[in-house]
Write a protein of this length. Sequence first.
Length: 129
Amino acid sequence: MARSPEKLHYAKTHEWVDLDGDIATIGISAFAVEELTDLVFMALPSVGTSVSAGSEFGEVESVKAVSPLYAPVSGVVTESHDALVNELEILGDDPYEKGWIIRVKVSDPSQLNALMTFEQYQEQCGKSH
């Protein structure tokens, strides 16, 4: 089943969340990938790492800048998409499906209520040009 960007939750910092039970799949939006342009490096957390909503969990580097990745929800990393580190083009090709970054066992699913809907996120991106 394909992941629909319209059904995801978004952080102001361009990360998206797809919650399935208590596991959140997290990635960055197509808008963020386009803004970053040519990606050259990515650092991801190890499985078992605790992340807190709003805090940095990794980084992605482009030819333009290093951008921190922020956790949209708190929990423990259950999976890191390690293959992505060596195949950063996947992010540009398919940021919502194959380009997921980490999976987190969420400590408090109500944290999703603080995130934006797709429509709210689109408005934010429109204003940032």
